[in-house]
Design a protein around this ligand. Structure first.
Ligand SMILES: [Zn+2]
Length: 131
């Protein structure tokens, strides 16, 4: 039995970023359906599940990789923006952000440097900031 299962899954494409994204979309649709029962959402979720499983079980690696690459290209800007803000919010990028008191532009200084004097590159306003 175990060998039959292994044989069935060998040579299959498996999961990738696009499949993961589709899975999250399906999950989001199912959560929305709790509050907004809709047959259309159910059908969309079902179609997406079938498509995701088709991709996972596919043996056409070239087409699946091309689809995944297309997805990654289309979403790279969005992903970079998301990562940038996530790192900022959780302080993982090593900088502290604040607003210039003179021109309201965004400034950043490296963290853990104590009190530092910062000069805004746009309006030359100087400020003392704790990092
Ligand atoms: Zn300024």
């Amino acid at each position: 039995m175990k060998e039959k299962i292994l044989k069935f899954f060998s040579g299959r494409y498996g999961g990738d970023e696009l499949t993961k994204f589709i899975t999250y979309v399906v999950l989001a649709i199912l959560i929305v359906r709790i509050f907004m029962p809709s047959d259309l959402l159910y059908v969309v979720a079902l179609v997406l599940i079938v498509f995701a499983n088709f991709r996972v079980l596919s043996k056409d690696f070239v087409k699946r990789r091309a689809e995944n690459q297309w997805f990654l290209t289309k979403t790279s800007g969005l992903k970079n923006t998301y990562t940038k803000y996530k790192n900022r919010i959780f302080g993982k990028d090593g900088y502290k952000y604040f607003e210039c008191s003179g021109c309201k532009s965004e400034l950043k200084v490296p963290k853990k440097r104590g009190k530092v004097k910062v000069r805004c590159p746009k309006c030359n306003t100087e400020m003392i900031k704790r990092t």
